[in-house]
Design a protein around this ligand. Structure first.
Ligand code: ATP
Ligand code: MG
Length: 420
């Protein structure tokens, strides 16, 4: 899993604690009886290199944030700027504004010059000081602009779409003969990136979701037959719903994209919920936004500006199904619905995420200075690694429904393995 390097590394590094390209970590560290000697792919370990491809004082670096908000974006921007300026004495760092749209001069988003003082307090704020966007990019115009501005390295902070866009920029620059180090920092609050043990923003999201669940629990148990329904993020993976359930221990039903469920009939979700409310007088339900998509009538897909399929809104759909189910049983119901998505993703990073953001950012700078390109910083078995972008966007991480994490959810809320 060697990542591409722009060329020979001639310049001495001002940093210390060097890591060699020959130091690798295997994807498989568990020695399974059926494959005792199969380490799986070997990944380069991230960290400062002794020799650099770029001469630090002559470097022009660019930073961009794309896609949805996630706690920690400003922390990553800050640590990139601080490592570039402070660690390597790079003189010019530019923040492109409003996502990839900001790379095309026709959109008139004037880039920001980022100096030490411009990032002083930004890690205490949620959101991104650079702005973000979705939507198509004119790769030709973007590359033309990067060449005209003599940008040597571009740090792309974003999700799967952003990393695909970063790869398109890398390939277009290669075709033009422009030596651009394109290094991605993976961003997804859903924690669903392969070769990344934990993405920044995820633990902040759990903490915030847990506060909402606490409120939901108080609401539900303060009224007769109270049901609190909390929708959390998780388009394709239920890590937030699962993690918040384990942390809270007050959730009774957790619905995630990986586990399809039936609403009606014996053994269905509504029957289990009415039974629980009859028995205990209240219930808390957590649903991931991507759960139960197969329950909606099939209609042509609607996509967002970036071409991602827009999910059907499972929250109100489920609320109606619950209300109908209780009405059919002539069971009184007080339903409280919580949809805290925007509140959660715009929060500043908590302590653990702040630490993670700093580490991701500094590893990204070390990689770019050594001329690594077409890569994303990963985190495997607690070790930061270099992952070729083509590999990281080829798949995604999902909850293992036979694994410890999901079993801890089932143990905490005592819901059946399957509804129907
Ligand atoms: P999120 O976690 O919010 O989904 P994301 O990075 O996946 O983050 P997107 O809106 O899908 O968010 O993509 C971000 C940017 O990357 C958009 O400007 C989009 O047009 C661009 N992009 C996505 N896929 C590609 C691609 N295959 N080639 C070029 N650009 C792309
Ligand atoms: Mg995405």
């Amino acid at each position: 899993m060697t990542v591409t390097t722009l060329g020979p590394c001639k310049y001495p590094s001002p940093r210390s604690g060097f890591v060699s390209d020959d130091e690798k970590i295997p994807a498989n560290i568990i020695r399974a009886p059926d494959r005792p000697d199969d380490p799986g792919p070997l990944f380069e370990i991230a960290g400062p290199r002794e020799r650099l491809y770029f001469d630090p004082p002559r470097v022009r670096a660019g930073i961009i944030t794309c896609g949805g908000l996630c706690p920690g974006l400003n922390n990553v921007i800050r640590s990139l700027v601080r490592e570039l300026h402070g660690g390597y004495e790079v003189r010019e760092v530019i923040g492109f504004r409003m996502g990839y749209g900001g790379l095309d001069p026709r959109n008139h988003h004037e880039p920001m010059v980022l100096v030490h003082s411009s990032v002083d307090d930004i890690h205490q704020q949620g959101g991104t000081i650079l702005g973000t966007s979705r939507g198509p990019v004119d790769v030709g115009a973007a590359v033309e602009n990067l060449i005209r501005r003599k940008i040597d390295m571009l740090f792309c902070i974003g999700g799967d779409g952003t990393q695909r866009g970063a790869y398109a920029l890398y390939e277009a620059c290669k075709a033009r003969g422009h030596a651009l180090a394109v290094v991605g920092v993976p961003k997804t609050i859903d924690n669903d990136v392969l070769y990344v043990d934990r993405t920044f923003g995820y633990l902040t999201a759990l903490e915030e979701a847990r506060h909402v669940i606490d409120a939901a629990h108080n609401e539900a148990r303060s009224v007769e037959n109270g049901v609190a329904l909390v929708k959390v993020m998780g388009r394709h993976a239920g890590f937030i719903a699962a993690g918040a359930t384990i942390a809270s221990q007050d959730v009774n039903f957790t619905l995630v994209p990986e586990v399809p469920f039936r609403l009606e009939g014996k053994g269905g979700f509504v029957a289990a919920l009415t039974e629980r409310v009859r028995d205990r007088g209240h219930a808390v339900v957590v649903v991931a936004e991507g759960a139960g998509q197969d329950l909606f009538p099939s209609e042509p897909h609607i996509t967002d500006a970036s071409g991602n399929v827009k999910l059907k809104d499972i929250g109100p759909f489920l609320a109606k199904a619950i209300a109908d189910g209780f009405a059919a049983e002539k069971l009184p119901l007080t339903l409280r619905y919580f949809d805290p998505g925007y509140q959660i993703r715009s929060r500043p990073a908590n302590c653990e995420d702040a630490v993670l953001c700093d580490m991701f950012a500094r590893q990204a700078v070390h990689a770019a200075m050594a001329g690594k390109t077409g890569m994303v910083v990963g985190l495997l078995h607690g070790t930061f690694i270099h992952v070729p972008t083509s590999l990281i966007v080829a798949g995604a991480k999902r909850l293992d429904t036979d694994g410890l994490f999901w079993h801890s959810v089932l143990a905490a809320n005592q819901q059946p393995d399957r509804f129907g």
